[in-house]
Design a protein around this ligand. Structure first.
Ligand SMILES: Nc1nc2c(ncn2[C@@H]2O[C@H](COP(=O)(O)OP(=O)(O)O)[C@@H](O)[C@H]2O)c(=O)[nH]1
Ligand SMILES: [Mg+2]
Length: 254
């Protein structure tokens, strides 16, 4: 595995250590993977809990933002810091199941070359009914307007090549639109069902109201980005970096 597991966290002092232990128990210590936890200027004990985790796990790297910049920015910091070819993002509150890292990895392994993103979709969400209802409406609206065929675009567990992510436009909350943004670059997206677990400690960082209004603005922005996409089809035989980037997404090597 040439894999970085990027975990964005904000105030997950009670969730992050059990999650890291669970990832190590699932993937083993020996595999070629690394965890990169990006602490977005947490105000609870997350930083000290993470330094304890670093003492126990040599393949864990912790990066801390000086100011809170949001989940998308934290993911981007982690992807930039990664040196591995493949990146999986996973929520730091333990709602995603580490066993699904292998599910997504296997799906990418079997996918065609033009699949640049494997996205989890939560088969059964373990959130309040209000959140589930809001998410269903948001997914239906987004799916209708963007035609991204992604049943659960905001699900935290996703796998892509580092290079794929680095080519995407960056903005706050862009992590919720990765399927549409990857399609805009010319890649295909495969969605696979994943487990979802209840949050054990702390509370969600996202309220229904703030997500609704910000989500509408973001959706309009992504529609505009898709409409204005430019994707030159570069003739075979020419060896510009752009052509290489677009045409040659390296595959998983066994
Ligand atoms: N870095 C960073 N991570 C965040 C922020 N807000 C949420 N997260 C993390 O993103 C993941 C999902 O957030 P969560 O609050 O559980 O959202 P929900 O599952 O949609 O209710 C968790 O790992 C959070 O710690 C933020 O502002 N910055
Ligand atoms: Mg959560």
């Amino acid at each position: 595995m040439d894999l970085a597991i990027v975990i964005p966290v904000f105030n997950e002092a009670r969730n992050i250590a059990p999650l890291i232990d669970e990832i190590v128990a699932t993937l083993g210590d020996a595999g070629r993977y690394r965890m990169i936890v990006v602490d977005d200027a947490s105000t609870d004990d997350t930083a000290s809990v993470l330094s304890g985790c670093c003492d126990r796990h040599s393949h864990l790297r912790v990066i801390r933002h000086r100011q809170r910049c949001g989940q998308s920015a934290a993911i981007a910091t982690g992807v930039e810091a990664a040196t591995e070819h493949w990146v999986i993002t996973i929520d730091g509150d333990g709602q995603n199941d580490p066993a699904d890292i292998l599910t997504l990895y296997a799906a990418m392994d079997q996918a065609a070359d033009d699949v640049w993103l494997v996205a989890g979709y939560r088969r059964q969400r373990m959130d309040s009914w209000l959140k589930r209802a809001a998410s269903r409406i948001a997914n239906a609206t987004r799916g209708f307007l963007l035609q991204d065929q992604a049943p659960d675009s905001a699900c935290g567990i996703k796998l892509f090549a580092r290079e794929t992510f680095l080519a995407l436009p960056r903005f706050d909350h862009m992590h919720r639109f990765l399927p549409a943004l990857v399609q805009r670059q010319g890649g295909r997206v495969v969605s696979v069902g994943v487990n979802n677990r209840p949050r054990k400690h702390g509370r969600s960082n996202y309220g229904i109201h703030d997500r609704l209004w910000a989500g509408i603005v973001d959706l309009l922005g992504v529609m505009w980005l898709r409409r204005r996409a430019i994707r030159p089809d570069i003739e075979a035989g020419q060896s510009s970096n752009a052509a290489r980037r677009v045409k040659q997404q390296p595959r998983i090597k066994k």
